[in-house]
Design a protein around this ligand. Structure first.
Ligand code: GLC
Length: 727
C-alpha cells in the first residue's frame, strides 16, 4: 500500500497515494525513486472505513513527547489529540484541538523513534486513552506522507526533523524584550499613555500591540482615524523611546461596497468560493466577510503587498490572528438557529428539549465542521480543492504571504511575526503564541508544558499570554506569570476585553516594584537568552528542553514543571497559588541556586543532586545554574539596544572546567549568515582553590563592544571568587 524512500541514515519516508504539497518539508522529494513497501516499522497498519490506523503496543516505560500545541501533560500518554486547527478559547483539560496542528511525536522507551505525518486535515492520535497501552493514529485519507525517524537519541530525532522541515525562525533581538498588549487599547492616546507609563515607572518595554479596535469597523488594512488620528505619528514617537508598535491583522475581509480590500478581492476572484462558485460568506469580527484564498500564490502576493500600509510607517512586527480560520457563524448556520428558535417560540408553553437543542445549536454555530466542508480553494494549477482537505494550512499560508512580502521589501531585515494558527513549516518563517488561555493557575502549568512541546516542533520563539487572557487576574497570579514569562522567549502580557487590567502598575505599589525587578532581571538575562537562542538554532537543538532530554533515568521523565532554558540554566517557576516555595528535583550534577528576582541581589547556594523544597517568596523565582556551565548577564536597560553592552557578568559553578560560547550580532539583519557576528569563548578551569580564566574573542565585524567582564565563579563548597577582566 505504501512506497518508501530512505532520506537519510535515520529518516525514511513512507508515502501513500498522492499527498497534497503542504510546504512543511524543505527536502526536495520530486523525481525521486520510491520503492514498493508494505510494512511500516513499529506499527501495525489497518485499513478501515476509508481510514488508515497505525497501531503500536506501548510498553510500561514508554514516554511520548511532542505534538506541539496540545493540552495535557508533557508526556502525551493518556489522552486523545485531534489535529484540526480550531479557535477554542476554553482550554479545558479534555479539549483535543487547539489553533495549530503539529503531528510530530517521539516515543521513548523500550524502543525509541520519531514519527511525523504530513497531512493537512484531521489526524487523531489516541495515545493510551481508549486502551491504556495502545497508541493508535488515525488518518482519514489515503494520500499522505509518513516519516519515521529511527534513532535512540531524542535530540537527534529532533535534529532530523529540523533537517526535513527547516530550522526555526529568528526574530530581531528586540523581540526578546518585554511586550505589552490588551484587547484593546482603544485610542492613540491610550497607547501613548501606556508607553509613557512604562518609561515613568522604569519598567523596561520593547513592544506595544494594537488589537482589533485600531481598525475602522474591524476592516483589515484600515485605521480608525477618529480613535487613532495619527497612527503613523504614534509609531514614530514611540520608536523614539524604544517602543515598537505591532498591529493585529485578521484574514476575514468585510463585505462592504467601496472597501478596497473587498472590491479588489471580489474583482480578482481572490476569495474562497462555495459549491456554486460564489464567494463564500462567513462572519467574524466585522460581521459578514470573505476569506482570501491564501492557498493561491497570486492571492498571497496581493495580500502581502497590503502590509505596506504599515511597513511604510516603519513597522517591523505583525500579529496574524483568527487564521484557523475562525468562523463565528455562516448564514446557513444562523438560519438553522432561527428555525429552531421559531419552533421554540411556537411551542413556548411546552418547551423542553427545544431549549436544550437551541442552546446546543447556538454553541455549535461557531467553527462548525460542516462550514469548513462547504468552501473551496482555487490552487495555482486552476484546480479546486475543498477547504476541509487542506484546513490546517490556512494560517500557515496567510503568514507565508506576510513573511514573503516582508522578505521582498527588506531582504536583509528581520521581523517579528506571530500567527495564531500553524502547521509544520510555519516555524521557519514566524512563530506562534499559545492563544486564548485564562487567568487560571492551571494555565501556568499548561504554559510550562506547551513551551517544551512547542520547542520540539521548532517553535522556539513562543510563550503564552502572561497573566492569562480570559478572566480576571490577581496581582499574585500576574507576578508569578511575569516570573515564568521572564524565562520564555516570547514575553508578552495580554488580556481580553472586559477583563481586569493587568499591566504591571494596575495593582499595588509592592506588586509594581516586584514586577519592575522581574522585567529588569529578564533584560539582564538578554545576553544569555539571545546567545543561547542563536546557538540553539545553529545546532538544531531545542532552546527549551525537558530535563529528560538532558539527563538520564526514570526520575527526570516525571519532571514536567522544570525546564532547561538554554544549556546552562534550569528554571523551576512557582505556579501555584499562595505558595512560598516549591519542590524541585535536581538531577545528576551539582546546581548553583539563585532565587532572588532582583538583578543586583544574588544570594547563591550550591546544591548536591536530589529533591529539595526551595523557598521562593512572591518576588523570587527559583533558578539553577548547572555545574560546570556559565550564564552571562548585563545591566538591564529600558529597551533592547538602548545602550551598547560594554560590561558582562559571568556567573557559574565550576568544579572542574566550564566553557561558554557567547554569541552576539547586530540583532536586526541576517548579516550573521555571512560571518558578521561576535563570539567570546569563555573558558574557566579550576586550579586548586583558584580559577584560570581564558577569553578568546572572535569579532571580525566589530560587533562586540564589551570592555570588561566581571566573573563571579562559585566553588562546590559555595565559596566565591570574583575577578574582573578588561578586554
Ligand atoms: C482572539 C485572539 C486574541 C485577541 C482577540 C481580539 O481571541 O486570540 O489574542 O486579543 O482575538 O483580537
Amino acid at each position: 500500500m505504501f512506497t518508501k524512500m530512505q532520506l537519510t541514515q535515520y529518516t525514511t519516508l513512507y508515502r501513500i497515494g498522492k499527498p497534497f504539497k503542504t510546504g512543511a518539508v524543505i527536502v526536495d522529494l520530486e523525481n525521486k525513486d520510491f520503492q514498493q513497501n508494505d510494512t511500516i516499522p513499529y506499527f501495525q497498519v489497518e485499513e478501515k472505513d476509508n481510514k488508515i490506523n497505525f497501531i503500536y503496543n506501548m510498553s510500561k516505560e514508554d514516554v511520548v513527547y511532542g505534538l506541539g500545541e496540545t493540552l495535557g501533560a508533557l508526556n502525551k500518554r493518556g489522552k486523545i489529540y485531534r489535529f484540526y486547527n480550531t479557535d477554542d478559547p476554553e482550554h479545558t483539560p479534555e479539549k483535543m484541538s487547539l489553533y495549530g496542528s503539529h503531528p510530530f511525536m517521539i516515543l521513548d522507551g523500550k524502543s525509541t523513534f520519531g514519527l511525523f505525518i504530513d497531512y493537512p486535515s484531521e489526524i487523531i492520535f489516541d495515545i493510551g486513552f481508549t486502551d491504556k497501552d495502545i497508541l493508535k493514529i488515525t488518518v482519514p485519507s489515503k494520500d499522505f506522507d509518513l516519516y519515521i525517524f529511527d534513532s535512540d537519541e531524542k535530540l537527534s530525532i529532533i535534529k532530523e526533523y529540523f533537517n526535513l522541515t527547516g530550522k526555526p525562525y529568528i526574530p530581531p533581538k528586540w523581540a526578546f524584550g518585554f511586550q505589552q498588549s490588551r484587547w484593546s487599547y482603544f485610542s492613540e492616546e491610550e497607547v501613548r499613555n501606556v508607553a509613557k507609563k512604562f518609561r515613568e515607572t522604569g519598567i523596561p518595554c520593547d513592544v506595544i500591540y494594537t488589537d482589533i479596535d485600531y481598525m475602522d469597523s474591524y476592516k483589515v488594512f484600515t485605521i480608525n482615524k477618529e480613535k487613532f488620528p495619527n497612527y503613523e505619528g504614534m509609531v514614530k514617537d514611540l520608536k523614539e523611546i524604544g517602543i515598537k508598535v505591532i498591529p493585529i491583522l485578521d484574514p476575514g475581509v468585510k463585505i462592504e461596497k467601496g472597501y478596497e480590500m473587498y472590491e479588489e478581492g471580489k474583482d480578482k476572484g481572490f476569495f474562497c468560493v462555495d459549491e456554486n462558485g460564489n464567494d463564500f460568506v462567513a462572519a467574524v469580527w466585522p460581521g459578514a466577510t470573505h476569506f482570501p484564498n491564501f492557498l493561491n500564490s497570486e492571492v498571497r502576493r496581493w495580500w502581502g503587498k497590503k502590509y505596506k500600509l504599515f511597513t511604510d510607517m516603519g513597522i517591523k512586527g505583525f500579529w496574524n490572528d483568527m487564521n484557523e480560520p475562525s468562523i463565528f457563524y455562516t448564514p446557513k448556520g444562523l438560519d438553522n438557529l432561527f428555525e429552531l428558535l421559531k419552533d421554540l417560540e411556537e411551542n413556548k408553553e411546552n418547551a423542553g428539549i427545544e431549549v436544550f437543542l437551541a442552546r446546543e445549536t447556538l454553541l455549535n454555530i461557531a467553527n462548525n465542521p460542516e462550514d469548513y466542508r462547504s468552501f473551496f480553494h482555487k490552487l495555482d494549477d486552476g484546480s479546486l480543492i475543498n477547504h476541509d482537505k487542506v484546513h490546517n494550512l490556512y494560517g500557515f499560508n496567510m503568514t507565508k504571504a506576510t513573511a514573503d512580502e516582508l522578505k521582498e521589501l527588506n531582504p536583509n531585515e528581520r521581523y517579528l511575526l506571530l500567527s495564531r494558527s500553524s502547521y509544520p513549516g510555519l516555524h521557519r518563517i514566524a512563530s506562534i503564541w499559545m492563544g486564548d488561555n485564562k487567568s487560571w493557575w492551571e494555565h501556568m502549568l499548561v504554559n510550562i508544558r506547551m513551551l517544551q512541546s512547542l520547542n520540539m516542533m521548532g517553535f522556539f520563539y513562543t510563550g503564552a499570554d502572561i497573566g492569562g487572557f480570559g478572566a480576571d487576574s490577581s496581582a499574585e497570579l500576574v507576578i508569578r506569570w511575569m516570573e515564568l514569562g521572564a524565562f520564555t522567549p516570547f514575553y508578552r502580557n495580554h488580556t481580553a476585553l472586559n477583563t481586569r487590567p493587568q499591566e504591571p502598575w494596575q495593582f499595588d505599589e509592592e506588586s509594581l516594584n516586584i514586577m519592575r525587578d522581574i522585567v529588569r532581571l529578564r533584560y539582564a538575562f538578554i545576553p544569555y537568552t539571545y546567545s543561547e537562542y542563536m546557538n540553539s538554532v545553529k545546532e538544531s537543538v531545542p532552546f527549551v528542553k525537558p530535563l529528560s532530554f538532558v539527563f538520564e533515568g526514570d526520575r527526570v521523565k516525571d519532571i514536567e514543571d522544570q525546564y532547561m532554558y538554554g544549556d546552562s540554566l534550569m528554571v523551576a517557576p512557582v505556579h501555584e497559588q499562595n505558595k512560598k516555595g516549591r519542590y524541585v528535583h535536581l538531577p545528576d550534577v551539582k546546581w548553583l541556586n539563585w532565587t532572588a528576582c532582583k538583578y543586583g541581589e544574588r544570594n547563591m547556594k550550591v546544591y548536591e543532586p536530589g529533591d529539595y523544597y526551595i523557598q521562593a517568596y512572591l518576588n523570587e523565582i527559583p533558578l539553577f545554574i548547572k555545574e560546570n556551565s556559565l550564564i552571562v548577564l548585563s545591566e538591564p536597560m529600558n529597551y533592547v539596544g538602548e545602550k551598547d553592552i560594554t560590561e558582562l557578568t559571568v556567573i557559574g559553578l565550576v568544579s572542574d572546567h566550564a566553557i561558554y560560547n557567547y554569541y552576539d550580532d547586530d540583532g536586526t539583519t541576517y548579516n550573521f549568515t555571512k560571518g558578521e557576528f561576535g563570539n567570546l569563548k569563555i573558558d574557566i578551569t579550576k586550579v586548586g582553590k583558584d580559577f584560570k580564566i581564558d577569553v578568546k574573542p572572535y569579532d571580525p565585524a566589530n560587533i562586540l563592544k564589551i570592555k570588561k567582564i566581571h566573573f563571579e565563579i562559585y566553588d562546590s563548597d559555595g565559596s566565591v571568587i570574583k575577578k574582573d577582566m578588561t578586554l
